[in-house]
Ligand binder design. Structure first.
Ligand code: SF4
Length: 343
């Protein structure tokens, strides 16, 4: 039944930056917005773990962080966030996500981009689900499609690169040509345009009827097929994941522990040593993994071997299998958020 767990690092999260939207498919629902956690308090905790890693010469120990849904923070806080990314050396450093940003007037948005470019941002990323009204419906925000289009143009004028992410669902595929026409008509340089399905996480778990199949993807026009994300060859149907789950080893879960900082626990975390935090999280994570079936057992008993729906990663496939297991076997005190099933 159990899954042995080994700590490979720490992933520190807190809901500091707020999101102005309520997307119907939001895949980031595990982080709750905080009232009392400032960027300084958050930064201090991340810095302690960076120092812990260096002092103990733990070259392979990862320290990662995520401080909220958007980049809608003050410029001073954004600078602190960038500095932290520089220290950690991760890819988030240069990206500005447009999702979740308050809709702003052009002149304010121009200034917002300019200031952030000045301190190190290099590109913006917009996510589209369908075109025009369909996008606004899914993003639950009237005028959001227009705002993203406008924001990408302004970003380009400011000298930021543009990334476009297009979500592949059954209904968005019906409007994909129209979306591509609209995006192409912007006539701005695009650093990257890629399309991919929902992760099985957060609120998107409610929309399995929107999940695409391989045959549906392969029946699209050449123009649409060329924008599928470049790891598409690794996406698999549920049928294929079952077989894969039996062939890859699941002897032990080697992952970072999740330190989720909240208004309720931040005082306690600040008073604990790094070792004590890691011991506590490792113990609780081991206990959580010990409560759920192995990868093979989930694949054996809780997978649907008739399903041709596509999932991008084994972890999101496993999340669906675990949901089915939990329906039959509800667990008390299962700290799902500490495991990779917690997304
Ligand atoms: S913008 Fe992103 S974080 Fe905000 S509700 Fe939408 S998907 Fe969720």
């Amino acid at each position: 039944m159990s899954r042995p767990f080994k700590t490979k690092g720490i992933y520190i999260t807190a809901g500091i930056n707020r999101c102005a939207y309520h997307c119907r498919y939001c895949q980031l629902t595990t982080i709750k917005l905080s009232k009392n956690i400032t960027m300084d308090r958050f930064t201090a905790i991340v810095n302690r773990f960076i120092e812990y890693k260096h002092l103990n010469q733990l070259q392979d120990f990862r320290v990662d962080f995520w401080n909220g849904y958007t980049y809608d923070s003050s410029l001073i806080d954004f600078q602190k966030e960038l500095n932290l990314h520089k220290k950690v050396g991760d890819w988030e450093l240069k990206i500005l996500l447009l999702g979740g940003l308050l809709h702003m007037e052009d002149i304010i948005l121009h200034q917002w981009f300019t200031e952030r470019k000045h301190i190190g941002s290099e590109f913006v990323a917009a996510t589209y689900l369908g075109c025009k009204d369909q996008h606004d419906y899914w993003n639950n925000k009237k005028g959001n499609f227009e705002f993203l289009i406008k924001a990408q143009k302004i970003a380009s004028n400011v000298g930021l690169d543009n990334v476009q992410r297009l979500l592949l669902t059954r209904s968005s595929l019906n409007h994909m040509e129209e979306l591509l026409d609209t995006l192409d008509s912007l006539e701005i340089p695009i650093k990257e345009r890629s399309a991919y399905p929902f992760f099985y996480s957060g609120l998107a778990r409610r929309y399995e009827d929107e999940r695409v199949t391989l045959s549906l993807l392969e029946n699209q026009s050449k123009r649409i097929q060329t924008i599928y994300r470049n790891d598409k060859e690794k996406w698999k149907s549920e049928q294929e994941w079952i077989e894969y789950a039996h062939t890859v080893s699941s002897q032990s879960e080697e992952r970072s522990v999740n330190l989720i900082i909240t208004d309720e626990n931040i005082d306690r975390i600040e008073s604990m040593s790094c070792e004590a935090i890691l011991d506590d999280l490792t113990h609780r994570t081991k206990r959580a993994y010990a409560m759920v079936p192995s990868q093979e057992e989930l694949a054996e008993k809780y997978a649907d071997n008739t399903s041709e729906k596509i999932y991008m990663f084994l972890w999101d496939m496993e999340c669906l299998w675990l949901d089915r297991y939990l329906k039959e076997h509800p667990l008390q005190n299962f700290e799902r958020a500490l495991t990779h099933f917690g997304r």
